[in-house]
Design a protein around this ligand. Structure first.
Ligand code: ZN
Length: 290
C-alpha cells in the first residue's frame, strides 16, 4: 500500500494568525514552505502558498471553510515559486487577485506564467473586520519583498528574511545585502515578539533578527580578512569559507550570498575589484580590516 502523506498540521500563532506548513520543492535542507492565514470575522488575508497540488488546495479550502472565511485576500511576501506556485489556482478559485509589491510583478509574471491582470500592487494596509494589518515594503531577499504585521497580535510575517530551518540566502540579481541588513533591523525594532518565517517554526522576532544580522556581519568580516591577505575571486572565497562542506544544490546560492557581501563592501569603498584572467579579483587594504 502506498504511504499516505499526512495532512498539514496548522499551528496557531496568535488569536488571528495560523501557520500552515505545506510540503514544497525548495532548497535543501528545507522541504516545507509556510502559508499564513490571518482571519478576523469572516475576512481572511492569506500569505504565500508554495504548493499547487490539488490535495493541498482541497485541504486549504476546507480549512478556510471551517474558519468561516467568506472574503479572501491573497498576498505574497515575494515572487519566488516556493512561496507562490499555488496562488494562481487559489486566486482563480476565489476570483480575487494576487497582491505583490510592484517590483516583484515582472519576475512573478515570468515565474508563474500568469496574466498581468491577476497581479495587483500590495496595499500598505488591509482591514480584516476590526483587525488592522500593516504591509511594509522591505527589500533584501528580493527587491519587492514584504513584511506583514499584525500589531494587535504582536506577529510579524517576514517571508525569507528569517528562517526557522536552514539559512537565508541573499544574492544578486534578486537580493541586496545592505537592504537585507536594514530589513533585519526593522524586524528587531518592530515591537512584535513573534516572527513567522517562510520556512520552519515561529521565532522570537528580535532575537532571531539580531542573531541573523550578527552572523551576516561576521561573515562579512571574514570575507574582508581573507581578501586583505591576497586578492580572491568569488569562487576562491567560496572554497576558503565553505571548503567541500556544502550540500549539493546550495553551491550557487552560497556563491550569490558571498557576491552580495562583496558588493556591499564595494559600495562602502572597503573593497576594490580588478578584472584579471577572465574573472574579478577582490582585494582590500590590510588596514581596512583593522
Ligand atoms: Zn525566496
Amino acid at each position: 500500500m502506498p504511504v499516505q502523506e499526512s495532512s498539514p498540521v496548522p499551528v496557531r500563532l496568535s488569536g488571528h494568525v495560523w501557520q500552515v506548513p505545506f510540503p514544497t520543492p525548495t532548497l535543501p535542507p528545507l522541504d516545507h514552505t509556510n502559508t499564513y492565514v490571518i482571519t478576523a470575522g469572516d475576512d481572511c488575508l492569506l500569505v504565500d502558498l508554495g504548493t499547487s497540488e490539488g490535495r493541498h488546495l482541497s485541504w486549504l479550502t476546507q480549512f478556510l471553510r471551517d474558519l468561516g472565511v467568506q472574503r479572501l485576500r491573497i498576498i505574497a511576501t515575494h515572487y519566488h515559486v516556493d512561496h507562490t506556485a499555488g496562488l494562481p489556482r487559489l486566486a482563480t478559485q476565489w476570483q480575487v487577485p494576487i497582491h505583490l509589491h510592484p517590483l516583484d510583478h515582472p519576475p512573478a509574471r515570468q515565474a508563474l506564467g500568469v496574466t498581468p491582470e491577476l497581479l495587483q500592487p500590495a496595499p500598505a494596509h488591509v482591514q480584516l473586520a476590526d483587525l488592522p494589518v500593516i504591509i511594509r515594503h522591505q527589500p533584501g531577499h528580493t527587491h519587492g519583498h514584504l513584511h506583514i504585521e499584525v500589531p494587535a497580535d504582536g506577529v510579524i510575517l517576514v517571508g525569507d528574511h528569517l528562517s526557522g530551518a536552514g539559512t537565508v540566502w541573499i544574492g544578486p540579481p534578486d537580493g541586496h545585502m545592505d537592504d537585507y541588513l536594514t530589513a533585519l533591523t526593522a524586524i528587531a525594532q518592530s515591537g512584535c515578539p513573534v516572527a513567522g518565517p517562510g520556512h520552519g517554526p515561529p521565532l522570537n522576532a528580535r532575537a532571531a533578527a539580531l542573531q541573523t544580522k550578527e552572523r551576516r556581519l561576521r561573515r562579512e568580516a571574514e570575507i574582508l580578512s581573507l581578501i586583505s591577505q591576497r586578492p580572491l575571486s568569488i569562487r576562491e572565497l567560496r572554497q576558503r569559507i565553505y571548503g567541500d562542506s556544502l550540500p549539493s544544490g546550495v553551491e550557487g546560492v552560497a556563491r550569490r550570498t558571498l557576491q552580495a557581501h562583496v558588493e556591499r563592501l564595494l559600495d562602502a569603498g572597503q573593497v576594490q575589484a580588478a578584472w584579471k584572467d577572465g574573472r574579478f579579483l577582490y582585494s582590500a587594504e590590510p588596514s581596512a580590516n583593522g
